[in-house]
Design a protein around this ligand. Structure first.
Ligand code: ZN
Length: 136
């Protein structure tokens, strides 16, 4: 049978460390070595102080639901069988907001500012997606 595969992220030179960390079950983002600002998405310059130096810092993986939508009509055929499903923005404790999906809860349970924690869904041998579940 013909199946359409879901599109997966393709790492670039700048984003590869993010995806490599995810595969190890770690949420890492660039932390500016000069001012401490967390850069997301990854960038060559800090948007706050213009420094080029940074480290890939391990984050807490904790945050809260900033916003979400429920998709009833998929815009890509590979997601048709998943409807209805959520697409969420989680605000991490460290500040950045991440587009993601909430798991381990029903659509009816999702609430604004609901405390969540990261989990990694390995969708292929070389790709793991950071998703978030409620902190109970
Ligand atoms: Zn900085």
């Amino acid at each position: 049978m013909f199946t359409i595969e879901k599109p997966l992220p393709r790492g670039t030179e700048d984003t590869a460390p993010f995806w490599e960390a995810a595969l190890r079950g770690e949420l890492r983002m660039q932390r500016c070595s000069s001012c401490g600002h967390i850069r997301f998405p990854p960038a060559t310059l800090c948007p706050r102080c213009w420094s080029e130096t940074y480290e890939w810092s391990l984050l807490s993986g904790k945050g809260k639901v900033f916003s979400w939508v429920v998709v009833y009509q998929s815009q890509h055929p590979a997601f048709n069988a998943d409807t209805p499903y959520n697409v969420a923005i989680v605000e991490l404790e460290e500040g950045p907001r991440l587009h993601t999906q909430l798991v381990d809860c029903s659509l009816e349970e999702i609430r604004l500012e609901m405390p969540v924690e990261v989990v990694f869904e390995k969708v292929r041998d070389d790709v793991a997606l950071p998703k978030f579940r409620p902190r109970r």
